[in-house]
Design a protein around this ligand. Structure first.
Ligand code: GLU
Length: 484
């Protein structure tokens, strides 16, 4: 039986969870969930100067928001220092590594000499030629040393899940015999990663393309430590719409920023899933369960993926429209409360109103923020009038505008029931009575009711506002026109 896949996401806590990291986390998670495997989290906090607790928290929050749950307590790389050192010592004991006593000055000299010859620097292995007695003597004396991996001849290759076979001639890997343990006893990055991936029994390492150059070193370390190799999958880089590597210049790159802009985690996941994966056909909009079902390594792409914020907004609109109303309601309620427009309790006390508001606005908005902005006229008494619309629809011909609003008011006030079936004929008759088309009557009325010109349908607006508020707003508009 094939072993249960074990994957990990291994962020360095030196900033927020950015889009590229979240994409990598999601792909690992999707693969694990698809194959009944385990998804683990490892915080690579060995860079003490740059790692912060705030960043670790931000990464956890981002993952939780996206619903990328991990199956075991997070591993903190920094806590594994003794094992990293023990593994480096195992390399020494196995003869796969040796102690190097070269000082910084000596190495600089070697580097300058290589430069003068027009060659790339490679460590000249002078310490590998020291006798065992000499090494013992220097260790005894307390000379500082690093541990270097002894690079074998030949080449190092693997079959990448995304790229197929990748091979590096060993002579081109790094600067020759690379360091695994610094003179202060701390491991270099590749040593720590391999030691941890072995200890965590990781079977598939899925990460960004930018790690391809680390992989041959890591494979050599696995081999020297006598551990089975995991599979590797290197995911394509993410570019902006200008074809350049995604960076702050392209706008928001932190997942949390999109959260605060009113993007739904469902849409964010769906959008991220398409950065380097194609589910087949022209399928794009998917729930998380559908993504898990469809996820396949065959759909992984090698080509750089393009991060297009407009597509993210579009995707968000699709999810806003399609998600169950019960799932949407609490999130909008939270945003409405956050904007100080109403409390969640107010909304809960008016369930029919809130449901209608959501139904009407979710098809017209692409983000929760936009939905909340559009909801303002129905939640707050004071209206913000669109000055251009006021000038055009009311003040160009104030007498006519007042008359149209007066006729609308009369028609609406006379209704025996407040519903669209009754409103429509009454307002059409009023327009006819004024000798204008219904549109001509609706425009100033819509402005009076909402302050703006782009809203849901006229009758829906009237239903949302209810009789009293609708009539009061018409009266206020007429007073305003009269006073103007
Ligand atoms: N900590 C590394 C990074 O943030 C990831 C290492 C890995 O996935 O092997 O890029």
């Amino acid at each position: 039986m094939a072993p249960v896949p074990r994957l990990r996401f291994a962020p360095s806590p030196t900033g927020y969870l950015h889009v590229g990291g979240a994409r990598t986390a999601l792909f690992n998670w999707l693969y694990a969930r698809k194959h009944g495997g385990q998804f683990l989290l490892r915080v690579e906090d060995t860079d003490r100067a740059r790692s912060t607790d705030a960043s670790t928290r931000a990464i956890f929050e981002g993952m939780e928001w996206l619903g990328l749950d991990w199956d075991e307590p997070p591993v903190y790389q920094g806590a594994n220092l003794p094992r990293h050192q023990a593994d480096a010592r195992r390399l020494l004991d196995a003869g796969a590594a040796y102690r190097c006593f070269c000082t910084a000055a000596e190495l600089d000299e070697q580097r300058s000499a290589a430069e003068a010859r027009g060659e790339a620097f490679r460590y000249d292995r002078r310490c590998d030629r020291l006798t065992a007695e000499e090494v013992a003597r220097r260790v005894e004396r307390g000379d500082p040393y690093v541990v270097r991996f002894r690079m074998p001849e030949g080449e190092t290759a693997w079959v990448d899940m995304v790229h197929g076979r990748i091979a590096f001639p060993n002579k081109d890997i790094g600067e020759g015999d690379f360091i695994v343990l610094r003179s202060d006893g701390t491991p270099i990055y590749n040593m720590a990663v391999v030691s941890d991936d072995i200890a965590m029994a990781i079977t598939l390492v899925m990460r960004g393309d930018d790690h391809i150059s680390n992989t041959p070193k890591q494979i050599l370390l696995y081999q020297a430590l006598g551990s089975p190799l995991p599979q590797f999958a290197h995911l394509p880089m993410i570019h902006g719409t200008d074809g350049k590597k995604l960076s702050k210049r392209h706008g928001a790159t932190a997942v949390g920023d999109y959260r605060h802009l009113g993007i739904l985690p469902e849409a964010m996941n769906n959008f991220l899933a398409l950065l380097g994966w194609n589910p087949g056909g022209d399928r794009e909009v998917m729930t998380r369960a559908e993504m898990v079902e469809l996820f396949s390594e065959d759909g992984l792409s090698r080509k750089a993926a393009v991060f297009d914020p407009q597509k993210l907004e579009w995707m968000n609109g699709q999810h806003l429209m399609a998600m169950p109303l019960d799932a949407l309601a609490p999130r909008v309620a939270e945003a409405v409360e956050g904007a100080g427009l109403a409390t969640a309790a107010d909304l809960a006390a008016r369930p029919d109103f809130f449901r209608l508001l959501l139904e009407l606005l979710r098809v017209r908005a692409r983000t929760i923020d936009e939905l909340v902005r559009q909801a303002v006229p129905y939640l707050r008494d004071a209206l913000d009038f669109d000055a251009d619309a006021v000038a055009k629809l009311w003040l160009k011909d104030p007498a006519q505008a007042d008359a149209l609003l007066g006729a609308s008011r009369e028609a609406l006030a006379g209704l025996s029931s407040w519903d669209a079936a009754a409103m429509e004929p009454a307002l059409r008759a009023a327009a006819e009575g004024m000798g204008v088309g219904a549109g001509k009557l609706f425009q100033p009325l819509r402005l009076a009711l909402t302050g703006v010109t782009a809203t849901p349908g006229m009758f829906d607006v009237l239903m949302l506002l209810g009789r009293d508020r609708s009539l009061a707003r018409i009266d206020a508009a007429r007073a305003r026109i009269g006073a103007a």
